[in-house]
Design a protein around this ligand. Structure first.
Ligand code: SAM
Length: 261
């Protein structure tokens, strides 16, 4: 399959996948925003419950692969797109004294939780939270050393536009790193994961958030997202070089890395 047809998998003409529903692309963002508005207050707790804490190990793996300098004379500037409550930004800040972080997210409720966390752990001077759409970032070209996005890209209606923006705002020599749910490539694990995702996750959502629908969307959106190879092709098409993929937990999640060379 070509990169073009991979892109078409999540965006067909002016239609986009919202979970298993095919909706006008222009409507998808509003539907996604409703999901994250509903879950924002309990988002971090739900992540722990749904993944049994695994999302922490995956996020640690992403930051380890990014390898931000522990100390540097000039700030290492990172943009975390769809950064929500700031999980990736806090990890990078912990690991790298010289890192300056910008968390961009379209949802003010998610950012509010992140800002509160930043104030609590006295990180507000190093992490700024900006309400912004991944498809039209309000930053100058060539501004960041690295752009990260964790569990965000599959929610964006125009994935190709978000990848193009990540490329634009990176400095030449900058790195793009994406963590996202992906395609399980281990026999039996895929069946267990399927059963767990469609039955247990919406039930936990119903108990904790009082609504199973946001979590049904989450599970469905994972199934609709391009697999490792298809997504790698999309990243290459956006202009990135040396694109590499690493699976986590048998492909339940995967990290994609690319460079602006
Ligand atoms: C599953 S959360 C991930 C949050 C965080 N990166 C993490 O790993 O915990 C997905 C985030 O994507 C954000 N999002 C969805 N569409 C977006 C868009 N077009 N631009 C920026 N952020 C978007 C949502 O508001 C939400 O905060």
């Amino acid at each position: 399959m070509t990169a073009k047809s991979a892109a078409a998998q999540s965006r067909i003409g002016d239609r986009a996948a919202f979970g298993f529903r095919d909706v006008p692309t222009a409507d998808k963002q509003r539907l996604v925003d409703d999901v994250f508005r509903k879950v924002a207050a309990r988002y971090d707790l739900m992540n722990d419950l749904m993944s049994g804490g695994l999302h922490r190990a995956w996020k640690d793996a992403m930051v380890a692969w990014l390898g931000p300098p522990r100390r540097s004379s000039v700030p290492f500037s990172v943009l975390d797109v769809a950064g929500g409550t700031g999980d990736i930004a806090f990890r990078i800040a912990d690991r790298s004294e010289g890192a300056l972080l910008t968390v961009a997210d379209i949802n003010g409720d998610m950012l509010a939780v992140g800002r509160e966390r930043g104030a609590e752990c006295r990180m507000s001077d190093r992490i700024s939270f900006v309400e912004a759409n991944a498809e039209t970032l309000p930053f100058d070209a060539g501004r960041f050393d690295a752009v990260t996005i964790a569990f965000g890209i599959r929610n964006v209606p125009r994935i190709d536009a978000a990848l193009a923006e990540a490329f634009r705002v990176l400095k030449p020599g900058g790195r793009f790193l994406c963590l996202e749910f992906s395609a399980v490539d281990v026999a039996i694990l895929d069946k267990v994961y399927e059963l767990y995702s469609f039955n247990v996750i919406p039930m936990i959502g119903s108990w904790v958030v009082g609504d199973s629908e946001p979590y049904r969307y989450l599970v469905e959106s994972i199934r609709k997202f391009p697999n490792q190879a298809r997504f790698a092709a999309m990243i290459e098409r956006a202009g990135f070089a040396r694109v590499a993929v690493r699976n986590l937990s048998g492909g339940i999640a995967a990290m994609h890395s690319g460079w602006k060379l």
